[in-house]
Every structure is written in structure tokens, then in C-alpha cells.
Design a protein around this ligand. Structure first.
Ligand SMILES: [Zn+2]
Ligand SMILES: [Zn+2]
Length: 316
């Protein structure tokens, strides 16, 4: 006979959560998932239950589950979905459609930044620049900046992102091994703004294992992207994930133990990490450690490459 759910004791258990010693039915799993989001937000004081909160949604399972879960956990809060259309051929259109489908389903406001329309280039154009082998890293810089711009447009004080437990712990381990303390410190659950008028960045899924985002999407019939980004390549990050899985094999609590350790370590490290001296970027006015910020430098490079290409001159 199949096991019954450890919570309601009536329905058949479908989801096994060894770290919590629970076997849950679909309904109890969804409650468990959204309760954890609510508790995480409250424990780390990420926002108030009646706040207006920007949610960065890419169309991927994590951010889509996040938006849906937040709406379930905080019915009185006002959420705005923030989406960057990266203009990646055969991919971005698909992502945007999924995001539009979800905001319609949830009746949530949507604010989109269309890279091609508003800035005249797409992430594909980085293929013609010195970032050709680092398109993902350039894309990351562009997205981080534009989510801040979108939060400003949507007038939200808080920006929630879909980083899950596996993301955060593997990035923490990576920064730890590379002794990159300043980046490690930035992985905390609530990141204060670098300058006034900017957002608090919060991670409501920091305690949610990645595979549960997928399960939650499936059980709640949440649309999410099924295509993979053509620029993404499995490399270093995948290897870190494999190490993490290996270490978790005999200890289902390993990721939580790592997270707890790092969360204790961060305040201690913070006292020793030198804060970067910030000024305003001369082009966009956003905080930057140099005269021109990383975003504006990349925009300049990609636009220059486009101009050269359009003139029919040899590629950079
Ligand atoms: Zn149940
Ligand atoms: Zn700038």
C-alpha cells in the first residue's frame, strides 16, 4: 500500500522530503512550500505584509514559482513582475510569453524592459565583442542593472529574486574556495542598497531546494520556459553543483547546514571586508566603483560593435 501523507494522513504521499522527514501529498506539499516562503520572508524581515514588492521574473521555473508562491503567502501585498526581454533569438520571445501568461493568471502588474526596443541592441550582439566567450557574464551585468531600473519604474522598495538554496549554497562554496569574501558577503538573504533610492534585494527562496521549485510549478500548473538559453553553457557552475550533490548524498541536511554556517559567518566577515568606494556613474548616475559603471561600459562596447558591423567593416 502506498504511504499516506504525513500531514493530512488521508491522501497518498507523492513527495518525499528526507531532510524534513516528511512524505506529502500534492496539496500538503504546496502548503509546505508557500509556508516556507512566508516564514523566510518574516524571519529575515524581507518586506512587510502590505508592501509593494518587485519580483524579478525570467520565465524560468524558480522565478515563476517565486511569484506564484509569494502571491499565495502574502495575499495583502502588492507584487509587480519585472521582466527584461533580452532579445535573444529563438529564446527571449518564448520566455516573455510565459511571463505574460503567468501575470495574467495571477492578475499581477507587469513591467518589461525591452532591450532591443529601448537600447537598440540584444544580448546576441555580444557575440561580436570581446565578450564573445563571456556572453553570460555580460548578460548578468546587464540584467542586474536593468532590474534596478525596472524597480525604479515600478516604484518598489524591495526587489525579490528567485535564487534557491542550491544556487546560494553553491555560490557561497565557490566564493569561499576562491576567497572572494566581498562576493560571499553579498549572498546574504537581505542585501541593503548601495545608495539611497535603490532597492533592498531579497531572496525568499534561499531555503527552498531547487527541485521543489519545479515540483511546485508542476503541481500548481504554473507556466515556465521549456527552452534553454542558446548562450548558456555548462561549465564551472555545473561542477560546483555536482560537488554539492556528492556532499549531500549521505546527508539530506547538508545544504541547510552549509547555509546556516555561512549565515553565521557573513556578519563576522562583513566587519573585515573593505566596502568599495562608490560614486555615481558619469553616464547613468547609478552607483559605481569607477567613473563609468560596468553596465554602461558594456553598452558602449556592444553598440560600437553594432555600428562597425552595420558599416560592413571587419568584426571586432
Ligand atoms: Zn496531505
Ligand atoms: Zn552607468
Amino acid at each position: 500500500m502506498p504511504a499516506t501523507c504525513s500531514r493530512c494522513r488521508s491522501a497518498a504521499a507523492e513527495v518525499n522530503l528526507p531532510y524534513a522527514k516528511l512524505r506529502l501529498c500534492a496539496r500538503c506539499f504546496k502548503d509546505f512550500y508557500t509556508n516556507r516562503i512566508r516564514r523566510t520572508v518574516e524571519d529575515f524581515k524581507m518586506f512587510r505584509s502590505d508592501d509593494r514588492v518587485g519580483v524579478a521574473v525570467s520565465g524560468g521555473k524558480d522565478s515563476m514559482a517565486l511569484l506564484h508562491g509569494l502571491k499565495e503567502a502574502f495575499p495583502a501585498a502588492e507584487f509587480v513582475a519585472l521582466h527584461v526581454d533580452l532579445g535573444i533569438r529563438g529564446y527571449s520571445e518564448h520566455c516573455r510569453e510565459k511571463v505574460e501568461e503567468l501575470v495574467e493568471m495571477l492578475d499581477v502588474e507587469l513591467e518589461v524592459f525591452d532591450l532591443q526596443r529601448e537600447l537598440g541592441f540584444s544580448i546576441d550582439d555580444f557575440k561580436d565583442t570581446l565578450y564573445r566567450r563571456k556572453v553570460c557574464s555580460a548578460c548578468g551585468t546587464i540584467k542586474r542593472h536593468l532590474f534596478e531600473v525596472l524597480a525604479g519604474r515600478a516604484k518598489t522598495r524591495v526587489l525579490a529574486t528567485g535564487h534557491n538554496l542550491d544556487d546560494v549554497v553553491s555560490m557561497m562554496l565557490n566564493n569561499f574556495f576562491n576567497r572572494n569574501w566581498s562576493q560571499l558577503v553579498r549572498l546574504k538573504p537581505v542585501l541593503e542598497p548601495l545608495m539611497p533610492n535603490q532597492t533592498f534585494k531579497v531572496k525568499p527562496l534561499i531555503k527552498t531546494p531547487e527541485d521543489e521549485d519545479l515540483l511546485y510549478c508542476l503541481y500548481s500548473e504554473i507556466p515556465f520556459r521549456e527552452e534553454n538559453c542558446p548562450h548558456a553553457h555548462v561549465g564551472r557552475l555545473r561542477r560546483n553543483r555536482e560537488t554539492l550533490e556528492y556532499l549531500s548524498k549521505d546527508n539530506p541536511n547538508f545544504k541547510y547546514q552549509m547555509l546556516r554556517t555561512f549565515l553565521k559567518l557573513i556578519p563576522i566577515l562583513e566587519g573585515h571586508v573593505e566596502k568599495p568606494k562608490l560614486r555615481k556613474c558619469e553616464v547613468c548616475g547609478y552607483p559605481s566603483s569607477s567613473q563609468i559603471c560596468a553596465f554602461c561600459r558594456r553598452v558602449r562596447i556592444v553598440k560600437e560593435a553594432r555600428r562597425t558591423r552595420n558599416k560592413g567593416e571587419p568584426r571586432l
